[in-house]
Design a protein around this ligand. Structure first.
Ligand code: IDP
Length: 160
């Protein structure tokens, strides 16, 4: 539900989106950014970075006991990633809906118009990330961008 603040404007939300290494290396970045903008998100900040093993492991620490963890870390460090803060009403849930289910093979069947159906390969190499809750979004935004996340600048570009 849309909440209204006292001045009558709708409250917007921020989420963390990432084009994973297979997405960047497969040249899907522009298509994904087009989908972002066409879906009504503002890109508040963006940066291209190369994750190292420690940083990738920390980002996915909740999966550290899973059998696929070492493979996941290897995948996430296999090339650069594009990290973006996306902003709009209901950003967290809407971005999750647009990227589709985790397993890109299933996405191709059940959500053929999703981003993971477009550029993902399987349950691991699924080309994009989206925060799964507002709490995760806050944690992930500060993980990549520090505490100063609520800027108004659009398209700030600080690629490494
Ligand atoms: P999500 O990215 O859709 O939120 P999570 O369950 O949080 O999915 O998993 C994080 C990431 O770990 C996935 O995006 C995918 O890259 C990888 N992953 C998840 N499940 C599997 C699996 O069963 N095998 C291999 N990799 C997986």
């Amino acid at each position: 539900p849309t909440r209204s603040s006292s001045n009558g404007s709708t409250e917007e939300e921020e989420t963390l989106a990432m084009v994973k290494p297979d997405g960047v290396l497969g040249n899907y970045t522009e298509r994904i950014k087009n989908a972002v903008v066409e879906s009504g998100f503002s890109i508040i900040r963006e940066t291209v970075i190369q994750l190292d093993e420690h940083r990738a492991s920390t980002f996915y620490v909740e999966h550290s006991s899973k059998s696929f963890f070492s493979s996941l870390v290897k995948y996430m460090t296999s090339g650069p990633v594009l990290v973006m803060i996306l902003k709009k009403e209901n950003a967290v849930a809407d971005w999750r809906a647009i990227i589709g289910p985790t397993d890109a093979r299933k996405a191709k069947i059940t959500h053929p118009h999703s981003i993971r159906a477009m550029c993902g390969l399987n349950a691991e190499k699924n080309c994009v990330h989206g925060s799964d809750s507002l709490e995760s979004a806050r944690r992930e935004i500060s993980f990549f961008f520090g505490e100063i996340s609520t800027g108004e600048a659009v398209g700030v570009h600080d690629e490494l």
